[in-house]
Ligand binder design. Structure first.
Ligand code: SF4
Length: 51
């Protein structure tokens, strides 16, 4: 569904910044379970600060 989308990176980042662990559905070509894992890594990379 998301293959070839011109805003795939921005879509994922927006969801990480706004919904984070409570995310549902598909954003940035990732299903919610995968995105929750990405969100944990993203928070660690940011030093644990909340977006
Ligand atoms: S969910 Fe995001 S990445 Fe996928 S098609 Fe829609 S805007 Fe693009």
């Amino acid at each position: 569904m998301c293959a070839g989308c011109p805003v795939i990176d921005e879509c994922l980042e927006l969801e990480l910044r706004t919904t984070g662990a409570n995310t549902v559905g598909v954003w940035g070509a990732l299903p919610d379970a995968d995105r929750r894992e990405v969100h944990r890594a993203w928070l660690r990379h940011r030093g644990g600060e909340r977006p």
